[in-house]
Design a protein around this ligand. Structure first.
Ligand code: MET
Ligand SMILES: [Zn+2]
Length: 770
C-alpha cells in the first residue's frame, strides 16, 4: 500500500484561536500556561484530524507560536545578546526576538527596549520568517526539546508522527550575520552547528521517532558553491553519528535540478520533491536516487485552494511508480499546508457552485489519502467520479469563463501599453498643468484607520446604518484628511482611503471574477493573518470602483488630488490565483479592468493617479533565468496597459514597498513618479543606483511601521544625505508607505516636520539660483 504524507498543517486554529490567545498573552490578559494550553489543544486537534482522514505520515513540530525558523533559533541558542540581558522567560525572549519588546520598568523588573530580528519573505510565499542572526559569539547548544516534546505529546494521544525540522544548510543559508559580525558568512558555521542537529535527532530517535522530515527548501534557489558543497558535508556528518532516525530530505516551491548534484547520493533514506511546481524534474530526480532511496511525490498543492485534479495526479504518481516501484513511493502534499486556509466546511456564505471548486487544508488531507489509495489499487471510484465532475464543472463554468474578457486580452497591442509621448514631453505638460514646487510633498494614500472608521464599516456591513449614512460618514472622513493636508501644506493630496478594508480586497469585491471567504485566514507572520480573495474566473469591472470618493475629494480642494488604485500584479499576488490559466493572463485581465478605472478617473477630473504595486518584487521568480525575464516583462506590461491610456498631462504615480527594489525593474513601468520605501536603507550605493532612474522618485523618508516621530532636523539631515547623490529636480518628499496603521498624533507631527524640511530645501535652492 502506497503511503500518504502531509508535510505540515496550519497552526492558527480554524477560527484564529492562536492569534486571539497570543495577542491576549502579549497584552497581559492571559498567562503563559494558558497560551501553552491553547497550543497543545490546536496540535491535538490537528493530529486527530489527520489521523481520522487516514493520513499515514502525520507531521509533528510543524506547530509554532510565531515562526518555525525562530523556533530553531531559540532551540539552538542563536539568540543575540541584546535579547538575553533582560533575563526574560524563554517564551518572552522568543517573542522579543520575533516582534521586539518595549516595556516600562516596574518595581521588580528593569525597562526593556529591544527591536525585533529581521523578518523576510519565506521564498515566494506571503509567509514571513524571522531570520536567524549569527555573530562570532554565537554558541550553538540545545536550550530545550520542543521537537521531542511535541512528538511525545502526539504519541500520548496514540498518534505516531514524523517530526519536521528545517535542515542545517537551509537554516544557515536563510540567516545572516549580525551588525557586530558583518564579516561572518553563516554557512561557515556548519561544523559548529551540526552537533546540535545530531543531539536533537538522537533525542527524537530515542523517543521513538523512526523518520524525520528535514526541510532544505533553499534547494530551489540559485546557490553559491559553498552552500552547495555544504549539503554533502552536513549529511555525511549526520550519517556518521549513531542512533539517528531516517532522514527524508525535503524541498518544495520549485525545481531542484540545478542543484541536484549537491544532493545526489547523500546518505539519506529518501527525498521529497514538489511536483506541483515542477513536474518536469521527475526524470532527473529519479535518476539521482540510489536503489534504496524512497521518493515522496508532492502532488497535492500546499499553496493554493483548488481541488486537486485526481485523474492527472494519479497518472503522475503512477508514472513515478513505474520508474521506482510502489514500495519506494509516498504520495504527499507539495509543501506544508501552512499556506492554505484551514477548513472549507467553515465557509457558510460561499455559493455552492464556487465552493465545489475549492479544497482547503482539511480537504487536502482526504485528497492525499485518496490518491494514495487509488495508486494502490483500492477502489475509490466514487471519489474519482465526483472529483472528475467537479473539475469538469469548473472548466466549463460561466463563472470561470467570460469570452468577452478573453477576447479583450487577446487584442492588447503595443499601442495599449505605451504612453502617447516619452517622459520628458509628458513632464513638460505636467509642469505647466500642476506647477508644483521643487521637492513636491505627498503621502502614499492611506491615513489612520481609526476605530471610528472600523466601527462604521462594521455597522454598514451589518445593515445597522444605511448606505447614505455610511457614505456621508466616509465623506466627512475624506474632508478631515483633505483639510489636514491643506493645513500643513502638502502639495499633492490624497483622500485617505477610509472606505477601504484592504487594498486588494476592496477592489476584488467590486470586480467580477473574485470570491471571498469568511474564515479563510492564512498566517502571514506571527499573529498577522491575511484572508486572500480568490480569483475564480475571468476578471472584469462591472462599474467604476473608486471614482466617487476621489471625485468628491478633488471637489473640495484646489490642490491636485491623487486617485488611488491597486495595481494588477499586486491584486494578483495578494489573491489566491487561478491554476487553470497563466498568471500573465490573469494579470492582463486585471490590467484592463484598471485601465478602464484610470480612464474614468481622468475623465472625471482626477488627473494625478497612483497605481500601487508593492507586490511586484515578491512575484519575481526565485531563480534567475527565462522565467524571471518573462515575469518582468508581463508585470511591466500589465502596469503599462493599466496606466497608459491617458493624456500626457495626466500624471501617473506608482508605489513600491516591502523589499529591496532594483531600479531597473521599475524603469519599464514608465510611471511619471514613483515612491518607494527607503527610510531604513543606508547604503550609499543603493541611493546612487536610484539617481540614474530617469523619471521622478520619492525615496521614503520615514518608517510608517513605527510610532516614532522624526524631527524636522532629522528630515533635513536625511534629505541632505540623499541629495549628495540624487538630483534635486527629480526629488519628491514622502513617507515610506501609507499611514493606515498609525495614530493621528504621530501622523500629524511627522508629516508637519517632513513638509517643513521640504520647504527648507526649497529656500536653499531658491537662494542658489538667486
Ligand atoms: C502596501 S502599499 C500601501 C499603499 C496604499 N495606497 C496605502 O497607502 O495604504
Ligand atoms: Zn506601501
Amino acid at each position: 500500500m502506497v503511503q500518504s504524507a502531509v508535510l505540515g498543517f496550519p497552526r492558527i486554529g480554524a477560527f484564529r484561536e492562536l492569534k486571539k490567545n497570543t495577542e491576549a498573552y502579549w497584552q497581559g490578559k492571559i498567562q503563559a500556561d494558558q497560551l501553552l494550553a491553547v497550543g497543545k489543544d490546536i496540535r491535538a486537534k490537528n493530529w486527530k484530524l489527520q489521523k481520522e482522514a487516514g493520513v499515514d505520515i502525520i507531521p509533528s513540530n510543524d506547530f509554532s507560536f510565531y515562526d518555525q525558523v525562530l523556533d530553531l533559533s531559540l532551540l539552538f541558542n542563536v539568540i543575540p545578546d541584546r535579547y538575553t540581558k533582560f533575563e526574560l522567560t524563554q517564551l518572552d525572549t522568543y517573542f522579543a526576538m520575533g516582534r521586539g519588546l518595549q516595556r516600562k520598568a516596574t518595581e521588580t523588573t528593569a525597562a526593556v527596549d529591544v527591536t525585533a530580528l529581521e523578518m523576510v519573505k519565506w521564498f515566494d510565499s506571503n509567509y514571513h520568517y524571522v531570520r536567524p542572526t549569527f555573530s562570532h559569539s554565537t554558541e550553538f547548544k540545545l536550550t530545550g526539546s520542543k521537537p521531542v516534546d511535541e512528538y511525545l505529546e502526539a504519541k500520548e494521544l496514540g498518534i505516531e508522527t514524523r517530526p519536521v525540522l528545517v535542515g542545517p544548510v537551509s537554516y544557515l543559508a536563510l540567516g545572516k550575520s549580525d551588525k557586530d559580525s558583518l564579516d561572518l558568512q553563516p554557512i561557515t558555521l556548519l561544523e559548529k552547528l551540526l552537533p546540535v542537529y545530531i543531539e536533537i535527532l538522537q533525542k527524537l530517535a530515542a523517543a521513538g521517532a523512526t523518520e524525520v522530515q528535514i526541510d532544505e527548501p533553499t534547494l530551489v534557489l540559485d546557490l553559491e558553491e559553498d552552500v552547495q558543497a555544504a549539503f554533502k558535508v552536513a549529511y555525511d556528518t549526520l550519517a556518521k553519528a549513531s542512533g539517528l532516525p531516517k532522514l527524508i530530505l525535503t524541498s518544495y516551491f520549485g525545481d531542484v535540478t540545478p542543484n541536484l548534484k549537491a544532493i545526489t547520493g547523500l546518505p539519506v533514506a529518501g527525498y521529497h520533491f514538489d511536483f506541483v511546481r515542477s513536474p518536469k524534474q521527475l526524470d532527473a530526480v529519479v535518476a539521482a536516487l540510489t536503489p534504496e532511496q524512497t521518493l515522496s511525490v508532492g502532488i497535492v498543492n500546499g499553496r493554493n485552494i483548488w481541488k486537486n485534479d485526481f485523474a492527472a495526479s494519479i497518472e503522475f504518481v503512477k508514472s513515478a511508480i513505474a520508474k521506482v516501484g510502489a514500495e519506494r513511493v509516498t504520495v504527499a502534499t507539495s509543501s506544508s499546508l501552512l499556506h492554505t486556509p484551514v477548513d472549507l466546511d467553515n465557509e457558510k456564505k460561499l455559493d455552492a457552485a464556487i465552493k465545489d471548486f475549492f479544497s482547503f487544508a482539511t480537504q487536502k488531507l482526504t485528497e492525499v489519502v485518496t490518491i494514495a489509495k487509488a495508486v494502490s489499487g483500492v477502489d475509490v471510484s466514487a471519489a474519482l467520479a465526483a472529483n472528475a465532475a467537479s473539475i469538469k464543472a469548473r472548466n466549463e463554468s460561466s463563472i470561470t469563463n467570460d469570452p468577452a474578457v478573453q477576447e479583450r486580452v487577446s487584442k492588447i497591442d503595443a499601442s495599449m501599453s505605451a504612453r502617447a509621448a516619452p517622459f520628458p514631453e509628458r513632464l513638460a505638460e505636467q509642469k505647466t498643468k500642476y506647477n508644483l514646487p521643487l521637492f513636491p510633498t505627498t503621502t502614499i494614500g492611506s491615513f489612520p484607520q481609526t476605530k471610528d472608521i472600523r466601527i462604521n464599516r462594521n455597522k454598514f456591513a451589518k445593515g445597522e446604518i444605511t448606505a447614505e449614512q455610511y457614505e456621508s460618514f466616509i465623506q466627512s472622513e475624506i474632508e478631515k484628511v483633505v483639510r489636514f493636508q491643506e493645513e500643513i501644506g502638502l502639495d499633492v493630496l490624497v483622500h485617505g482611503e477610509p472606505e477601504r478594508n484592504d487594498m486588494v480586497q476592496y477592489f476584488g469585491e467590486k470586480l467580477k471574477g473574485y470570491a471571498f471567504t469568511t474564515n479563510g485566514w492564512v498566517q502571514s507572520y506571527g499573529s498577522r493573518y491575511v484572508r486572500p480573495p480568490i480569483i475564480v474566473g475571468d476578471v472584469s469591472r462591472p462599474e467604476a470602483m473608486s471614482v466617487k470618493e476621489s471625485v468628491y475629494a478633488q471637489s473640495i480642494t484646489k490642490k491636485p488630488m491623487k486617485g488611488m488604485l491597486t495595481g494588477p500584479v499586486t491584486c494578483l499576488r495578494w489573491s489566491f490565483p487561478r491554476d487553470d490559466i497563466s498568471q500573465e493572463q490573469q494579470s492582463l485581465q486585471l490590467s484592463l479592468a484598471l485601465r478602464d478605472e484610470v480612464q474614468d478617473l481622468e475623465a472625471a477630473g482626477v488627473t494625478v493617479i497612483q497605481v500601487d504595486e508593492p507586490a511586484i518584487r515578491e512575484g519575481l521568480p526565485l531563480r534567475a533565468g527565462a522565467e524571471r525575464t518573462a515575469y518582468l516583462k508581463w508585470a511591466a506590461e500589465s502596469f503599462r496597459v493599466a496606466t497608459s491610456g491617458v493624456a500626457n498631462s495626466t500624471q501617473i504615480h506608482s508605489h513600491f514597498c516591502y523589499s529591496d527594489l532594483d531600479p531597473n525593474h521599475i524603469k519599464a513601468l514608465d510611471a511619471d513618479v514613483v515612491s518607494i520605501e527607503f527610510s531604513k536603507k543606508d547604503d550609499a550605493n543603493y541611493i546612487q543606483e536610484f539617481s540614474n532612474y530617469p523619471n521622478h522618485i520619492g525615496l521614503g523618508l520615514f518608517d510608517i511601521h513605527s510610532p516614532r516621530i522624526p524631527s524636522k532636523e532629522e528630515f533635513v539631515a536625511r534629505i541632505g544625505e540623499i541629495l549628495k547623490s540624487y538630483p534635486a529636480d527629480k526629488f519628491w518628499v514622502n513617507p515610506d508607505c501609507g499611514l493606515k496603521t498609525r495614530g493621528w498624533e504621530e501622523t500629524r507631527a511627522s508629516l508637519t516636520h517632513m513638509v517643513e524640511a521640504a520647504k527648507h530645501f526649497r529656500e536653499l535652492e531658491a537662494a542658489k539660483s538667486a
